[in-house]
Design a protein around this ligand. Structure first.
Ligand code: GUN
Length: 297
């Protein structure tokens, strides 16, 4: 039986991080300071705390400055906005990331809107979303940009290909659609209300699954030799009381015999997100310092 290639996101991300580290050295030589990333965490959510620690570690490893701001879940939104204002005004800060989700008493949209778009390394600000939509130079959300890098590495030119994205979030689905449109794909943005999702997915040369439902995309939905990017990270109970495991939005074992290539979970898209965050921070730093970002990033 034919088996598709498993895309090694971890290895690709490691290569990207090395490229960023080289770019950081050249930034330091020209600007006389390190690029700086400020990460803000409100509350004590265990998963968020791990993400933030990993981001800080990766930032330091590429030679950048990492600043962490941990605040209690009880601070007011105004206090958080004051902190963001300070970071906006701090010349040593090139990137600001406010870890989501925020506590319930805060309005995520208002908080994101307070970030200087030039420092919005998550690419979540409406100014960056709008720039991406009209084809202007923007800071682009990390996960979809990471998916695009993997797709280009696998397929080269994407011109004219049919792309189906499952999931319409502001963080992944919508920016992914814009990025693939820019690459001249014919893009379908499918979602939970899409009728006959199986046949919609079946016409795709490229499938990006970002719905957050374990193994929802079935193997036989996939056109032979399609490339599949699985953004889902779903924790499911282990069989017969065993340890919980991570699965994607695609039924991987079924899909393997249909695809040309597919990203695994874990080890596919996940490692790309942090690597692209570091890339976005370097790019933001270069732009703020009036330098051109390194070629090929
Ligand atoms: N929470 C989970 N993923 C992310 C991310 O990529 N950015 C932010 N800001 N918060 C997150």
């Amino acid at each position: 039986m034919k088996v598709g290639r498993i895309i090694d996101g971890k290895a690709f991300a490691a290569g990207l991080r090395e490229q960023v580290a080289t770019g950081v050295q050249s930034f330091v030589a020209q600007a006389g300071r390190k690029p700086g990333l400020a990460v803000v965490l409100v509350g004590e959510d265990a998963a968020s705390s791990v993400y933030v620690r990993n981001k800080g570690k990766a930032t330091l490893e590429t030679g950048m400055e990492s600043m962490e701001f941990r605040r209690s879940a009880t601070i007011s939104q105004d206090e958080l906005l004051e902190l963001i204002d300070e970071l906006n005004g701090d010349d040593d800060v090139d990137g600001i990331l406010v870890q989501l989700p925020l506590p319930d008493h805060m309005d995520d949209k208002a908080v994101i809107a307070a970030i200087d778009p030039a420092k919005d390394v998550d690419g979540f600000h409406v100014v960056n979303a709008g720039k991406l939509a009209v084809g202007e130079d923007a800071l682009v959300p990390c996960t979809p940009l990471g998916c695009l890098m993997l797709l280009k590495d696998e397929l080269g030119d994407l011109d004219g290909l049919e792309a189906v994205i499952v999931g319409r979030s502001n963080i992944v689905g919508k920016p992914m659609a814009q990025l693939l449109l820019k690459e001249n794909c014919t893009v379908t943005l499918a979602h939970s209300r899409t009728r006959d999702l199986a046949s919609v997915v079946h016409r795709a040369d490229i499938v990006v699954a970002a719905v957050g439902r374990p193994e929802m995309v079935k193997g036989d939905w996939i056109k032979p030799d399609a490339v599949v990017i699985d953004v889902g990270i779903n924790r499911v109970a282990g069989k017969e009381g065993g340890k919980p495991t991570l699965v994607g939005d695609v039924a991987m074992s079924e899909a393997l015999s249909h695809v040309r290539a597919i990203t695994p979970v874990p080890g596919g898209v996940g490692p790309m997100t942090i690597a692209v965050l570091l890339r976005n921070t370097l790019v933001a730093a270069c732009k703020r310092a009036g330098l051109s970002p390194p070629e090929g990033l």
